[in-house]
Design a protein around this ligand. Structure first.
Ligand code: TPP
Ligand code: MG
Length: 549
């Protein structure tokens, strides 16, 4: 038994099934311990996507995903994944190697201070200095990663500690932890505010998407019958078709859903996390806000709730629901706006222009995705269109990152979803920019035998920045690029590729890709002139019309 064996035994005790990453020579004892364990080592072609995959495991299951890297360059490649998990509140454990701490035969070769690098990017960054501490440190790491607010934890295991002989020490046993629920005084205050409201509206934020919350949250909304909208990362948190969905706040102001937000006198903000781009801007005259969360609100210029209901959200909402059910005659006051908002959002969804409009792409993707199919977005302009227009009825079926909002996570997050749910359809939607940031992982996806379709929306540009450039009145400059032949590129990985040649060919191409199985790349050209036409001109005109009234 050595330090590495103790580490791997502790990971098995945590229920870890696979570890993603790129080992270095400093990790070889860990690799050997993994070989003899029940845990699968999945090597990736860069450490960053390994961290994106591990973080997505945490996000979808609530159990931390685990990634592995060597010291120095390998560990540094995990940093974007650490930030992704930190801002996105995704439980993850990162393990990196290091040169020996007791003797240094290679002096400072490859040595950088990874603990200091990781400290601001994690909830905890810790160097292991003796095998005896490994079982308790690993248990603590998983607890910290998992506890609200969840996030990444980093453990550094130097090679000499990994190799050091050690007696067998039992892992620290896990036990369930029940979180405290909101105090009755807070429930009273919240209930009073809601009972007094004339035009209440529920907002579902990022924390509403925690896997364990789907049921209690859906129950609460169904019981109180108050219409709701969601932030980008709160999408899908209410199950089924409730008839209460008012839209998604993909922009911070002026969108059609803001018609309802501006008219509301109370917003019950469930699980809002200010890491997200603001779903609306609080000001001196706007609606009152009741913050419901696992943790107190973070006060910002644009978010300063008037009351808070803090505690385990599911059970706290159940208690609140008991006080409110059947007592809210004005619950649906804002519902008459619903049809109009959703109709505006559905505009031009069937247009047959080629290259395709973003609205058409979102519409056709929805057509081929079953209710429980999972769409994983990278970051680019299409993210706003999907957040705004794609309807979800099952929790966590539209995975997007509106927190770090990093490019490059779309494909790895979809790979993780496909590994976790092999019988569900999983689609990665990436821009031609973001896809190329981690496109090498197609090899990993093919090697793992995943069933996965990747849709590239092609504009030969960093489209989102080009849109902002135009919207801010700058000349069109510096944001275009060339692309490889994506079909040939796919084929070079031994996977299938196809190009969409007309508006009507997208849905059949996706359908064929899914029914064919395996990994399939589909590329579709996109017409981004709709960005200015709808998201700037149309919404500006709508806002000024609202002001006149
Ligand atoms: C790692 C990273 N680099 C830069 C950015 C800034 N950024 C946001 S969207 C975007 C353009 C994305 O281009 P593409 O993936 O082609 O999508 P498109 O907007 O063209 O559809 C850029 C550069 C970012 N979010 N993440
Ligand atoms: Mg692009």
């Amino acid at each position: 038994m050595n330090g590495a064996d103790l580490l791997v035994a502790a990971l098995e005790n945590e229920g870890v099934k696979q570890i993603f990453g790129v080992p270095g020579e400093e990790n070889l004892d860990v690799v050997e311990a993994l070989r003899r364990s029940s845990i699968k080592l999945v090597v990736t072609r860069h450490e960053q996507p390994a961290a994106f995959m591990a973080a997505t495991h945490g996000r979808l299951t609530g159990d931390p995903g685990v990634c592995l890297a060597t010291l120095g360059p390998g560990a540094l490649n995990l940093t974007t994944g650490a930030a992704y998990a930190l801002l996105g509140a995704m439980p993850m454990v990162m393990i990196t190697g290091q040169k020996g701490v007791l003797s240094r035969k290679q002096a400072r070769f490859q040595v950088v201070d990874i603990i200091s690098t990781m400290t601001p990017l994690t909830k905890m960054a810790h160097q292991i200095v003796s095998p005896a501490t490994i079982p308790s440190i690993v248990r603590e790491a998983f607890r910290v990663a998992q506890q609200e607010r969840p996030g990444p934890v980093h453990l550094e295991l130097p090679e000499d500690i990994a190799a050091e002989k050690a007696p067998e020490i039992s892992p620290v046993l896990r036990h369930p932890i029940a979180q405290p629920i909101a105090q009755s005084a807070a429930v009273d205050r919240a209930a009073r505010m809601i009972l007094e409201a004339e035009r209440p509206l529920v907002m579902l934020g990022a924390a509403a998407s925690r896997p364990r919350l789907a049921e209690p949250l859906s129950d609460f909304v169904r019981r109180v019958q108050i219409p709701f909208f969601n932030t980008q990362m709160g999408k899908g948190s209410v199950a089924g078709e409730s008839g209460l969905y008012m839209g998604t706040a993909a922009l911070s102001e002026r969108d059609y859903v803001h018609d309802a937000i501006e008219r509301a006198d109370l917003i019950i903000s469930i699980g809002h996390d200010t890491v997200e781009k603001p779903p609306f801007l609080m000001g001196p005259n706007g609606p009152k806000v009741l913050h419901v969360g696992y943790l107190p609100a973070t006060v910002e210029e644009v978010y300063f709730p008037h009351a808070e209901l803090i505690g385990d959200v599911g059970p706290s909402l159940a208690v609140l629901g008991d006080r409110l059910e059947g007592k809210l005659p004005r619950a649906g006051a804002l519902l008459p706006l619903r049809e109009q908002i959703l109709a505006r959002i559905g505009d031009r969804a069937k247009e047959s222009r080629y290259p395709l409009t973003p609205q058409r792409i979102v519409h056709d993707v929805r057509q081929v995705m079953p209710e429980d199919g999972i769409v994983c977005l990278d970051n680019g302009m299409y993210k706003i269109w999907f957040a705004r227009n794609y309807r979800t009825r099952v929790a966590n079926t539209l995975l997007l990152d509106n927190a770090l909002a990093t490019m490059g996570a779309g494909l790895p997050s979809a790979m993780m979803a496909a590994m976790l749910y092999p019988t569900r359809r999983v689609l990665a939607v990436c821009g031609d920019g973001g896809f190329m940031m981690n496109s090498h992982e197609l090899e990993t996806a093919a090697r793992l035998g995943l069933n996965l379709v990747v849709l590239i929306v092609q504009d030969n540009a960093y489209g989102m920045i080009r849109w902002k450039q135009a919207a801010d009145g700058f000349p069109d400059f510096g944001l275009t690029f060339g692309n490889p032949d994506f079909v040939a590129y796919a084929e070079s990985f031994g996977i299938k590729g196809s190009r969409v040649g007309s508006a009507d060919a997208l849905a059949p191409a996706l359908e064929a890709a899914f029914s064919g199985g395996g990994v399939h790349l589909v590329t579709v050209p996109i017409d981004y002139s709709e960005n200015i036409r709808v998201l700037i001109d149309e919404l500006r005109a709508h806002a000024s019309k609202n002001r006149e009234h």
